[in-house]
Design a protein around this ligand. Sequence first.
Ligand code: MLT
Ligand code: MN
Ligand code: ZN
Length: 309
Amino acid sequence: MKIIVLGSAAGGGFPQWNCNCNNCAGVRSGTISATARTQSSIAVSNDGKQWVLINASPDILAQLRATPALHPAPASRDSPIAAVLLMDAQIDHVTGLLMLREGKKRLPLYCTEPVWGDLNTSLPLAPVLSHYCGVDWHALEMVGDGPAMLPVQIPGVDGIRFTPLALSSKAPPYSPHRNHPVIGDNIGLLIEDVATGKTVFYAPGLGAIEPQVDAAMRRADCVLVDGTFWTADEMITLGFSRKTAADMGHLHQWGPDGMIAVLDTLPTQRKILIHINNTNAILDDHSAERATLAQHGIDVAFDGMEINL
Ligand code: MLT
Ligand code: MN
Ligand code: ZN
């Protein structure tokens, strides 16, 4: 199985258009050692020919241009993108769907019923796309009341089993159920190479480590998880927002109840943070926070990173 990180930043990207925080100003001026990053998405393949995009980032066109494996082939109007699977209905994960509108057939789209609901109501991308390529929705379904969900295999991407897991995080601010979470607003994904049994657990928005999440993380050979914020009150301290990380559905990294402490308990070989917010000091290669991650054996995803399992 092959994974390419298309975008490793949280919503806003890095640098963010209107932000002058240390990181954003520093990467623009070249005064810190940091690399720009686009908004959150990964691509998954078994054979390197057909790919599933996990999330469709607003930066998708730049991401596809930068990734030769996703260039059009073999016909004159064609694409190796077999399908898109969504983790939630957040702007940084879905608005790239509009950029795929020139597709020659209906776009296979895998997401939960609550996410499909948002995309047909408060952020009506599906009705809009029906005037272009159209979308062929495949429901990601609960087993009973959840949080366990039925695995799916995606035509064209044979040999990979995707097992979603309902997560505690947040629906987008515009969702009718932002303040009344429903099961399926957010998922994590266990991505398994059926032939080798190797697995990756992917969860760019992870608010809490519930038992099913802990089990999935323990089982995985590689975890690719929420690296949005270093501290719980990062956005408040910087004066950028009144929301804590938890208010936004993200588990911060630092401290006894943070992600580093969780990752420390895992036997997992590869531990990688993804969906990094532009305010997070780990984006500076020479920061103390980045050194702390290295001491704990934790990597920071970057655009173009490849994971082969
Ligand atoms: C989030 O995950 O909270 C988002 O990145 C926020 C956003 O896209 O504005
Ligand atoms: Mn996000
Ligand atoms: Zn910034």
